[in-house]
Design a protein around this ligand. Structure first.
Ligand code: NAP
Ligand code: MG
Length: 402
């Protein structure tokens, strides 16, 4: 008998190779065991074009309504994509739209398996990156100044007050950038990190450059301190976990020397850069989970990688590809586990945990997609590269035999 649950999960289909993987995963690993109840949104580029991107905002609203979503990788259009797909507009990044709507924090955790050793061998436990997903250079305003100029910051308050501050008197051409963040968003970021830490019982490390950026970065530091002392200190003590703040450069050094097993909270840009470093050090983006958590407790699961365009073109030519589906499978199991938690549905949560273990166990017995083969080293086991579909069937066999 299939596992059933009550409240729909928001399902967001995507693009290219991951769109193909999506259906195969449902077919081979989910639908034989779970009676899927989803509200479906097609975020594929053709449907975003057809709906003038309304489908993306509708999907974001649905996540707020149902609390749990799972998203396939999608194309973020650039000039070349506009031409390739005949788009009427360079539609915004769906991830950006959804992040803005949920005001969330993105948590990324490497999926560790025996046989794949991180480049930093002392990282024996996963490091979870918590990236602030609002503001800074991602919502900047820039000016190319083409000659000598006086440049200043100016603020005009709603009540008419004004404030001006010189940035620089340029003696020749240069560049200028304005960035911002919001107290409300930083408060949410802090709460999301501390809530997640309590969920997984891990320490939180946070770092900024507050010695140089005495107002901007310092505000992040103060808000985290304020939220921690005011709302979380007791809960952390009870859970036996800690919050530690240090300068971002000290943080980086300590992370390298650590054994992992903590949440590394990072400002938007730091999180962007460090998540690629951490993913690479642990193996690959295809072996990483990614979840957007909003301060009011909505969860959106996705894979951290893109639509794997190169593999898609090979697939279209009729070639068999060996695209790694693990991150996309974990997006599904993450969402179904979360739904299991919200409905106190043990069978659903157990299914999700077992399916994740089946993925890991399949790789650990030497069966994997091509990207993992060069990284795999385990005594007495020779890594075998299989196609995506073969890999999914092997996972299914592992699951059946558990
Ligand atoms: P990508 O899709 O992540 O792929 C880059 C390369 O990484 C691939 O060509 C492949 O290398 C390897 N790779 C990534 N995922 C893999 C997997 N699951 N299995 C095996 N190999 C994998 O990044 P991209 O090519 O820069 O971007 C393609 C599209 O994805 C773009 O349109 C971009 O806008 C979009 N994108 C979406 C998201 C998202 O929705 N979250 C995130 C990033 C990018 P080899 O070719 O060497 O095998
Ligand atoms: Mg990046």
């Amino acid at each position: 008998m299939k596992i059933v649950y009550k409240t729909p999960v928001v399902e967001m289909q995507g693009d290219e190779m991951t769109r193909i993987l999506w259906d195969w995963i449902k077919d081979i690993l989910i639908e034989p065991y779970v009676e899927l109840n989803t509200e479906f949104y097609d975020l594929g580029i053709d449907n975003r074009e057809k709906t003038a991107d309304k489908v993306t905002t509708d999907a974001a609203e649905a996540i707020k309504k149902y609390g749990v979503g799972v998203k396939c990788a999608t194309i973020t259009p650039n000039a070349q994509r506009v031409e390739e797909y005949g788009l009427s507009k360079m539609w915004l990044s769906p991830n950006g739209t959804i992040r803005a709507a949920l005001d969330g924090t993105v948590f990324r955790t490497p999926i560790m398996v025996r046989g794949i050793t991180p480049y930093i061998p002392s990282w024996t436990s996963p490091i979870t990156i918590a990236r602030h997903a609002y503001g800074d250079i991602y919502k900047n305003s820039e000016i190319r100044v083409d000659g000598a100029a006086q440049c200043s910051l100016s603020v005009k308050y709603a009540d008419g007050r004004t404030e001006n501050k010189s940035i620089v008197d340029l003696d020749g051409a240069g560049i200028l950038q304005g960035v911002h963040n919001k107290d409300a968003s930083i408060y949410s970021f802090a709460r999301s990190c501390f809530n997640y830490a309590l969920d997984v019982r891990q320490d939180v490390w946070f770092g900024t450059k507050d010695t140089i950026s005495k107002t901007y970065d310092h505000r992040f530091k103060d808000i985290f301190r304020d939220v921690f002392d005011g709302e979380y200190k007791g809960k952390f003590e009870k859970a036996g976990i800690r919050y530690e703040y240090s300068l971002i450069d000290d943080s980086v050094a300590r992370v390298i020397r650590s054994n992992g097993g903590f949440i590394w909270a990072l400002k938007n840009y730091d999180g962007d850069v460090m998540s690629d470093m951490v993913a690479t050090a642990y193996g690959s983006l295809a072996m990483m989970t990614s979840v957007l958590v909003s301060p009011d407790g909505n969860y959106e699961y996705e894979a951290a990688h893109g639509t794997v365009t190169r593999h898609y073109y090979r697939h279209l030519k009729g070639e068999t590809t060996s695209t790694n589906p693990v991150a996309t499978i974990f997006a599904w199991t993450g969402a179904l586990n979360r739904r299991g938690e919200t409905e106190n549905n043990k069978a659903l949560s157990e299914y999700a945990a077992n399916m994740e273990n089946a993925c890991k166990a399949t790789i650990e017995r030497g069966v994997m997609t091509g990207d993992l083969v060069p990284m795999f080293k385990r005594d007495g086991i020779i890594a075998k590269s299989v196609s995506t579909r073969e890999f999914l069937k092997e996972i299914s066999a592992t699951y059946e035999n558990m």
